[in-house]
Design a protein around this ligand. Structure first.
Ligand SMILES: Nc1ncnc2c1ncn2[C@@H]1O[C@H](COP(=O)(O)OP(=O)(O)OP(=O)(O)O)[C@@H](O)[C@H]1O
Ligand SMILES: [Mg+2]
Length: 354
């Protein structure tokens, strides 16, 4: 570990093949003790497969999973210090909330008094004091989700694994549960490994995250770093919104468009065709010294911000999305506005880096 933090889960060259489908294509990352770590990527990129290899329900075709420093290859799922919270909750309908939460403790032979005490403690932690004797069907979706969380937490695992646990909830409840999940994480000792296709959720919750694309890790880091310094056009586009535009580099400056174009970056060590990522919020509407002019072809008011779709007059530059914060609406739909890319905001990717 570069910064001395302790590695709890280590994936080293991990692959998983199903027949001729490569679900996970040789990945490396480390989850540190106590960290909230997310794995984010589009549908089918290998997230669940990766999680199942950590939990032991799936064996890697190649590579090593280490748990707390030990090769996990021959450790069965029930002997791993991990616990899983699924997308579709699987509470036992005939048991009370309390019995559901205690189930794991009972199986490992913990006595009744301790079980009750522990389960009440963790029900309190997920804000369900007083629900001990209810049945799952007497709870709301969000409350059921919390019971499932308490049931996993009560075993006090080193690593809690989540597979899209909030995707069945409506937007408001999901936001609320996100905040609570982070607060709960901060109150317990274990690491959280959180799998989601929702980059917004991953950014909000994580200490660090890995971005997965077609079975490969494209980048690992804290959310801000990934947002501001994406390692590839895929990451720039998947994490947050961006404009990916073509540019030309001359070993120093990067120009967008031809003759009537503009310079977005200098000191770039690349030549020839490049791809440039420009975040919508990094483009300002200006009165003078603009980079490009363009017609606002669409305008979407979103409350806290307004999104413009602009058709630049610059050759070789197609539609650009611009986001303005606050109430200011300086250009109407159908009008021509003038725009400038904030200095230093463009991220340049040399092409053909594969
Ligand atoms: N048991 C299996 N047999 C064959 N192929 C599988 C199996 N499980 C997963 N796959 C394939 O492996 C790839 C990765 O699947 P995985 O479930 O890990 O994706 P995911 O990132 O979790 O997607 P989602 O966001 O949709 O849940 C997919 O192409 C999937 O079809
Ligand atoms: Mg999945």
């Amino acid at each position: 570990m570069t910064d001395g933090a302790e590695a709890l889960v280590e994936l080293d060259g991990v692959r998983k093949e199903y027949g001729d489908v490569t679900a996970v294509d040789g990945i490396d990352f480390t989850i540190r003790r106590g960290e909230f770590f997310s794995l984010v990527g589009p549908s089918g990129c290998g997230k669940t497969t990766t999680l199942r290899m950590i939990s032991g329900f799936e064996r890697p075709t190649a590579g090593t999973v280490r748990l707390d420093g030990a090769d996990a290859a021959d450790i069965p799922p029930n002997e791993r210090d991990t616990n899983l919270v699924f997308q579709h909750l699987s509470l036992f309908p005939h048991m009370t909330v309390g019995e559901n939460v205690e189930y794991g403790l009972k199986k490992s032979g913990v006595d009744a008094a301790t079980r009750t005490e522990k389960s009440k403690e963790y029900l309190g932690l997920v804000d369900l004091d007083g629900y001990y004797d209810r049945k799952p069907n007497e709870l709301s979706g969000g409350q059921q989700q919390r019971v499932a969380l308490a049931r996993a937490l009560v075993n006090e695992p080193n690593v809690l694994l989540f597979d899209e646990p909030l995707s069945s909830l409506d937007r408001k409840l999901r936001k609320q549960m996100q905040v609570e999940l982070r607060q709960i994480h901060d109150q317990v000792d274990g690491s959280f490994f959180y799998v989601t296709h929702d980059q917004e959720v991953a950014m909000t919750l994580s200490d660090r995250m890995a971005v997965l694309n077609e079975g490969r890790v494209e980048q690992v880091g804290p959310p801000e770093e990934i947002y501001r310094e994406p390692a590839s056009p895929f990451v720039a586009d998947f994490i947050g919104d961006t404009n990916l535009v073509d540019g030309t580099a001359d070993g120093d400056a990067v120009r967008i468009g031809g003759e009537g174009g503009f310079i977005v970056s200098d000191g770039v060590d690349a030549s020839g065709s490049v791809t440039v990522s420009i975040r919508p919020e990094d483009i300002d509407v200006v009165e003078t010294d603009w980079d490009f002019a363009g017609e606002v072809v669409d305008r979407y008011f979103q409350g806290d911000q307004t999104q413009y779709v602009v058709e630049p007059e610059t050759d070789g530059l197609t539609e650009v999305t611009v986001v303005m914060q606050g109430q200011r609406t300086p250009v109407e739909r159908g009008e021509t506005g003038h725009f400038r890319v904030q200095p230093g905001a463009a991220v340049v990717f040399p092409e053909a880096t594969e």
